[in-house]
Ligand binder design. Structure first.
Ligand SMILES: [Zn+2]
Ligand SMILES: [Zn+2]
Length: 485
């Protein structure tokens, strides 16, 4: 029922009932044909190379949602689920006493159903980041149904499109459309476009995934409301508490926990691995999403079973999968090579350093300075305090009185090559002194500059962040050959 809607505008003239639209509307009554027919696979095989650009140009988006048309663009089923559930929970809080046992059970069931999504829907089925044994698959398929977020098949199809077309209009919950849209807007309102194609042929072949898809409505009622109520009712006689707290209230928290991965995790935090797209890493997001908050890492290395790679980072989903491996329920846990992860981290660090580097004023290079003969240097040194160090001519006028060694030590080297005394003959100057001296460059001594000499490069310039295209650039000549004046 949810997957069928009739449009009367120019872009869609007949009832829409295809794989892509199913992917944006929770399949409360999934069409049987869909389970057996891997339509997305066939479409995926014919995807042109410039698919995103081609699709955005060749297909028209539905008109934007405005205050005048939004009531016609509502997905009423999703809206009902997302508003009635919290209303029931609030009614429960106002009318029912929360017992300690029910409170503990609600938290435990929050983690069970949450892990159904994070360890099951997300890391197992959408990303295949590990292999699960049959008992674990059954557990995750049932637990995930209790989170009431659509079937594994529907959820994974949308999520694969989200990864493949992140931040584009083919991403079903593109973060570029705003925090509210990526959190709930994309479910509550009808999509403006079909999400991009994504291959789910592997899921179509999985009997547990197919079974969960076929029986989804029964499963969501059973796992979402009946089981939490039964446990509290049969366990300690708290039927109402089980329904209101472990059922409805717990479900609201699980919902918004998952929704935060699409909204908060694309908005709050750092980008330590790549800043090309919106996904970000943040502890707070991890805390509210059972460890899915290290989303920058996740988008960069989606097949890795971990979201957080450091031991102190909060990722209970990773711990759960690891624990399953230890008891033999999970195998083939995938991790991205550490060497490749470090490349991403280093690139981002270098990028930050490059920004600092660009804000610093650097000394003139030999290409920017006039080349001066020894005779000319000596002649000019009679009128201004010029000193040669490591092939560069420096005007030390502004520094004569500042020189910590005294004016006379500097003064007696005017008109001379002071390379030896500067580098230890008299006093082995500090790196800071060398850096400062380089700022006083006014020329290059003809034949006096040994570029390969360590001493010609100030310490601050021995390591630099250089872009690939700059490495192959030939330095432009300053055009100045000699300055006799
Ligand atoms: Zn994401
Ligand atoms: Zn993902």
């Amino acid at each position: 029922m949810a997957a069928i809607h009739v449009r009367t505008d120019s872009t869609v003239t007949k009832p829409v009932f295809d794989d892509e639209h199913v992917a944006l509307t929770p399949p409360m009554t999934p069409p049987r044909s869909e389970v057996a027919l891997p339509a997305a696979t066939r479409k995926s095989e014919n995807v042109p190379e410039n698919y995103v650009e081609h699709t955005l140009k060749s297909t028209k988006a539905l008109p934007p949602i405005t205050w005048n048309n939004f009531y016609r663009e509502i997905n009423w089923l999703s809206l009902a689920i997302l508003t009635i559930t919290p209303a029931v929970a609030i009614y429960g809080f106002c009318t029912t006493t929360l017992s300690l046992k029910t409170a503990i059970w609600s938290v435990v069931y929050y983690y069970i159903t949450g892990l159904g999504i994070t360890a099951g829907y997300h890391r197992l089925w959408a990303h295949r980041s590990y292999n699960a044994s049959k008992p674990l698959e059954w557990f995750l398929a049932l637990a995930g149904a209790g989170a009431v977020e659509g079937s594994i098949r529907w959820w994974s199809r949308g999520h694969r499109a989200h990864h493949r077309y992140t931040d584009t209009d083919l991403d079903p919950y593109s973060a570029h459309k705003g925090l509210l849209w990526s959190h709930v807007g994309w479910m509550v309102l009808l999509p403006r476009r079909k999400p991009g194609v994504a291959d789910i042929s592997d899921l179509s072949k999985n009997p547990i995934v197919a079974w969960q898809h076929r029986n989804y409505v029964v499963l969501l009622l059973a796992m979402g409301f009946v089981v939490p109520t039964l446990v509290a009712g049969l366990g300690w006689g708290d039927w109402k508490g089980g329904y209101f707290f472990a059922g409805a209230a717990r479900l609201c928290f699980v919902h918004h926990s998952t929704f935060c991965v699409n909204s908060l995790a694309h908005w709050l935090g750092e980008t330590p691995f790549d800043d090309k797209h919106t996904p970000r890493d943040h502890f707070v997001t991890a805390l509210v999403t059972i460890g899915e908050g290290y989303h920058n890492f996740h988008h960069e290395f989606p097949s890795d079973y971990r979201n957080a790679i450091k031991w102190f980072q909060y990722d209970p989903t990773k711990w759960f999968i690891k624990a399953c491996q230890l008891v033999g329920l999970a195998t083939q846990l995938k991790t991205f090579p550490d060497n490749e992860i470090k490349k991403g981290q280093l690139t981002m660090e270098l990028k930050k350093m490059r920004e600092i580097q660009e804000k610093i004023v650097w000394p003139a290079s030999s290409n920017d300075l006039p080349v001066i003969s020894w005779e000319s240097f000596q002649e000019q040194a009679k009128h201004r305090p010029l000193i040669v160090v490591a092939g560069f001519i420096h005007d030390v006028a502004s520094f004569l009185d500042e020189h910590p060694g005294g004016r006379h030590l500097l003064g007696k080297n005017i008109g001379k090559d002071a390379t030896v005394p500067f580098f230890g003959g008299v006093y082995d100057h500090s790196n800071a002194a060398h850096n400062l001296l380089a700022m006083m460059r006014v020329g290059v001594l003809r034949g006096g500059l040994e570029l390969e000499s360590e001493k010609a490069v100030p310490p601050s310039q021995k390591l630099k962040v250089i872009r690939a295209q700059e490495m192959y650039m030939t330095p432009e000549s300053s055009g100045v050959e000699e300055d006799d004046h």
